[in-house]
Design a protein around this ligand. Structure first.
Ligand code: DAK
Length: 260
């Protein structure tokens, strides 16, 4: 599939989706946001793809935010519509039926940080810088940052990040639980591909249901969440993969999953 602002490579079940506007440090204009939505839909429905990796083209930026030049003249309605498009695109990533890993290879600011937070987890280059500079521009994070950040780091830390607009290092983001692993810059894709391969080797239905259950834990009360987990657990026993996984264990061999 051809995109103007994205590069999509699929190899051996792993898709690498690169945001590709390096001259603007991969800033997200409306066209790019719409392409991310299209690509997310395509990847969701592509049975050859088991795991998705999102990263930025070039050596300097993951995504340096929403496109400030495009946003500057917006009125309130246009701002709301832009924000809504961003929400729709990022919800497609967050709720995708397969894992999505962010490989943060440089600046992940504003909307860029929000793209990474919509992924299932983040690995970052030690050169990466993350933050929400929106309040320094007279706006607020508008692609889910005010909602997703506090769920990871708690209210006080989220407010400090968002109200100051300060930029933090990958190591600081790791210490706050925003980033799962910080790696030398040159090793980033190797490390991300290794974890993607590890997930790919597991039962696809189990991976999908596990992601859904964990995501639900943020919005459901304990009783409803546990009931959802029990039903999902039950569904696993209707799959060939569960039989294969447990047979392989008893036969002391590696399982071969088909996603059925
Ligand atoms: N938008 C547009 N262009 C950008 C950009 C951005 N966010 N970030 C960088 N660029 C462009 C620069 O203008 C420059 O273009 P030329 O001058 O070469 O044409 C080129 O990328 C290279 O950038 P620099 O020359 O500035 O590179 P430096 O290494 O000196 O600095 C930097 C790198 C990342 C520190 C700096 O570029 C920077 O501060 N960039 C802006 C970062 C930022 O503030 N990002 C947050 C944007 S606000 C909402 C929806 C969404 C959002 C909010 C509300 N609703 C609709 C309600 C989200 C908002 C944001 O993300």
């Amino acid at each position: 599939m051809e995109y103007k602002n994205l590069i999509l490579e699929i190899k051996d079940g792993i898709a690498i989706l690169k945001i590709n506007r390096p001259k603007a440090l991969n800033a997200l204009n409306t066209e790019t946001v719409l392409e991310i939505m299209e690509a997310a839909e395509f990847l969701e429905n592509n049975n050859e793809v088991a795991v998705v990796v999102v990263t930025g083209e070039g050596d300097k930026a993951f995504v340096a935010g929403a496109d400030i030049l495009e946003m500057k003249p917006m009125n309130a309605i246009e701002g709301m519509e832009f924000s809504k498009k961003g929400h729709d695109a990022l919800l497609k990533i967050e709720n995708m039926k397969k894992p999505v890993i962010a490989a943060v290879n440089g600046f992940a600011l504003g909307g860029g940080f929000e793209v990474a937070l919509a992924c299932d987890f983040i690995y970052a280059s030690e050169k990466a810088k993350l933050g929400f500079p929106e309040t320094t521009l007279g706006i607020i994070p508008g692609f889910g940052g005010t909602q997703r950040t506090a769920k990871i780091v708690g209210l006080a830390k989220a407010k400090e990040l968002i109200l100051t607009g300060k930029t933090i290092t990958a190591q600081e983001a790791y210490e706050m639980g925003l980033v799962n692993k910080v790696v030398p810059h040159e090793e980033l894709m190797k490390e991300v591909m290794a974890v993607a391969e590890k997930i790919k080797a597991n039962g696809p239905v189990a991976v999908r249901l596990a992601k859904e259950c964990v995501n639900k834990s943020l919005s459901l009360d304990m009783d409803t969440g546990l009931s959802f987990e029990a039903k999902s657990f039950g569904i696993c026993f209707s799959t060939k993969d569960q039989k294969e996984g447990m047979t392989a264990f008893t036969e002391k061999r590696k399982p071969t999953y088909t996603g059925e």
